[in-house]
Ligand binder design. Structure first.
Ligand code: BGC
Length: 432
């Protein structure tokens, strides 16, 4: 098996506005203010990494590390701070981000919605608002008008199933709801929003003769039975796997709100609304049947006994990425862009090996026929990790939050070497 990545393979990092930009006023910053106990380390996103002001230097640094692609999200609350009032200067900002990427030879991958909403939309019901698809499409069209001549890769919504679980079922993220009904409605609402944005991006792009590839970002987190011989443990994986890992993908293929979200009704624009598959992959989960977890559909997550764990407690098993890629390819036959993959690791002890082994798994999947177009590591720099605050570190680059000074970690140098040579070593090279 070759461990050489193709010359046109996109390689770089992914970020999201709320986690790096700083100075935001959206439903998340409002929750941080009003419910400080929701953030485990007591922090607020605040100035985050001040990336809104420092994007040129940040992108320059990544290009200097031979990255050829960069994923970021457009913050809706900046572009449309009040309903129907668009801020041209915010769009100019993102236009310059894209232009800077292009000048540096970096392919931009643009997300339209990465977990945060403008407060005016949150107050109308957020993704549950019947008008959210139309409003999201209007925002998507404005973004495509402004950036579409220089952007070929679009992501409509980041991880709808994750947002539905944490925001609507577990009540840990905005809008802090805890109801199965709201969870199912959120999935349905976001499917409609994705369909509307998919159509909007393509309509604007086609009117100008621009090429656009559009996907949502699918978080794949396969559940495996803790004890494969236990029929109950095995049964406990079935419903959550179908709902969290496949429902949205299958809706985008069939064009229908399939049960249990809907009754199979068709949604205009939803059918075949994936031009590629943006895949966020972190780990598989082991689960056992537990009557005490009705909200988790009786599947209780337990740490994998036989695998190393990240500082988040997530298992590290590169072959799980190969398995996920092969399963997704078999079912959907879509070219894949890995839009996130990374590890929470306070002292950069795990990350180099994580990168080498996960890129090795990508090579193995490609050798078995899966079309993988690129790999975006999560993340370029340590940033605001949602309900974990700043306590979990996913970055290749450390950020001193008092001075905002950036310091690349050893794993950044290793990743840079891979980006430059396109060769994935079979083990982490020993330095010194
Ligand atoms: C999200 C990122 C997040 C990362 C690590 C993904 O689910 O898209 O925003 O930081 O996981 O938890």
């Amino acid at each position: 098996m070759t461990r050489r990545l193709p010359d046109d393979f996109l390689i770089g990092c992914a970020t999201a506005a709320h986690q790096v930009e700083g100075g935001l006023d959206n439903d998340w910053s409002r929750m941080e203010r009003e419910h400080p106990q929701r953030i485990r380390d007591g922090s607020v996103s605040g100035m985050a990494c001040d990336h809104y002001a420092r994007y040129r230097a940040d992108l320059d640094q990544l290009a200097g590390m031979h990255h050829t692609a960069h994923r970021f999200s457009i913050e809706w609350s900046r572009v449309e701070p009040r309903q129907g009032i668009f801020d041209g200067s915010a769009l100019d900002h993102y236009r310059d981000v894209v232009r800077t990427c292009r000048l540096l030879g970096v392919e931009p991958v643009v997300t339209l919605h990465h977990f945060t909403l403008p407060t005016w939309l949150a107050d109308r019901g957020g993704v549950l608002d019947a008008d959210a698809p139309r409003l999201f499409a209007r925002f998507a069209a404005a973004c495509t008008e402004a950036l579409g001549d220089q952007v070929g890769w679009w992501i409509t919504i980041n991880e709808p199933a994750v947002l539905a679980v944490f925001g609507y079922m577990y009540g840990e993220w905005p809008p802090l709801q805890r109801s199965t009904r709201a969870f199912l409605s959120a999935l349905g609402g976001m499917a409609r929003m994705h369909a509307a944005a998919y159509t909007a991006v393509h309509t604007v792009a086609a009117a100008h003769g621009w090429t656009a590839r559009v996907s949502f970002a699918h978080h794949d987190r396969p559940l495996r039975p803790l004890n494969p011989r236990s029929p109950l443990d095995r049964a406990a994986t079935v419903a959550p796997n179908a709902l969290f890992n496949r429902w949205f993908l299958r809706a985008c293929r069939s064009g229908r709100l399939l049960p249990p979200v809907g009754r199979g009704q068709a949604v205009p624009g939803l059918g075949r609304s994936l031009d590629y598959l943006a895949l966020n992959f972190y780990c598989e989960e082991r689960v056992r049947f537990s009557r005490r977890h009705p909200r988790g559909m009786f599947a209780e997550s337990v740490p994998a006994p036989d695998l190393p764990l990240s500082s988040f407690g997530w298992s590290i098993d590169p072959d799980a990425l190969r398995r996920a890629l092969e399963r997704l390819w078999k079912e959907f036959r879509l070219p894949v862009l890995i839009a996130e993959n990374g590890v929470a690791d306070e002292n950069d002890e795990l990350r180099s090996r994580f990168i080498v082994d996960h890129l090795g798994a990508v090579c193995a999947a490609m050798a078995s026929g899966v079309e993988v177009r690129g790999y975006l590591h999560w993340s370029s720099m340590d940033n605001f990790e949602w309900a974990e605050g700043y306590s979990k570190r996913f970055g290749l680059i450390a950020v001193d939050r008092a001075t905002m000074q950036r310091t690349p970690k050893p794993s950044a140098a290793l990743f840079a070497e891979i980006c430059q040579t396109r060769v994935v070593p079979s083990a982490v090279p020993v330095v010194g």
